[in-house]
Design a protein around this ligand. Sequence first.
Ligand SMILES: [Zn+2]
Length: 77
Amino acid sequence: MIASQRGLCVICLKAPAVQVDHCHETGKVRGVLCFNCNSAIGKLGDDPDALRRAIAYLGGNSWKPILVAPGVYQLPS
Ligand SMILES: [Zn+2]
């Protein structure tokens, strides 16, 4: 798997692939990452929606929750 990734982390494409990343729900191996990237996605809860919000945030568009009912927030479209 590391050879198929040319030895590099598949997220940052810079650091050596050293940590086997797996889905915590299915146990399936997703790829081999560097320490920082594996730690980063773990700290965001392996949550694709949180990662999308992080991307938007880095682009200058932070998510502003819209309260539509008590305790209910509307996601941006
Ligand atoms: Zn990386």
